[in-house]
Design a protein around this ligand. Sequence first.
Ligand SMILES: [Zn+2]
Ligand SMILES: [Zn+2]
Ligand SMILES: [Zn+2]
Length: 202
Amino acid sequence: MHNKPHTDIAKAKISTSKKGVPALWKRRATKSADGVTLYRCGKCKEFFDASCFYKDSRTLLGLKTECKKCHTATTIASRDLENSRRLNSEYMRRARAKNPDKFRERDRISSKINRIKHAGKVSAREKLNSAVRSGDVKKPNTCENCGNQTLLSGHHADYNKPLDVKWLCYSCHGKEHRAISFRRVDLAAVKESLTTQIGGAL
Ligand SMILES: [Zn+2]
Ligand SMILES: [Zn+2]
Ligand SMILES: [Zn+2]
């Protein structure tokens, strides 16, 4: 990479001489069949004509690097909720490492808000923590869901019963909460309302 930005003269030179001519390493592998140019898909490595690629103005060819079939497969895979959640958490971890002060401030504010918003939860957690400290509640070593030996937190089924918890690892605890919010959705009701909306069977 350059340390200094290009001068305007240099920029003009580059743009006239390189216009429409991709750098060698950026050029896509092509093949010619009956006068039609075929491009190699970056994923399945097969050759297809331009119509088999979705448009993408960010690339030199104006086509995505993956063929339509591969692109669809990639999109579906990234739509998988647990997968995108994992990708997002990895992204956030990097963002935190890059900008710790910004996130510290954000955490401080959100914990303040949470204490007010979820007063019942906070007080249940505090009662539980003090019971663990005093030895009234024994915290196990392994997650009650997956059996992993790691940092555990108590999951409350009912915040009115602060000492009645299930000990879960971070990941199982998150899943438990997401499962609850999913269970709260009455699927039959959703289906019925959709059916009436589109005026037919689903
Ligand atoms: Zn492909
Ligand atoms: Zn677990
Ligand atoms: Zn919980």
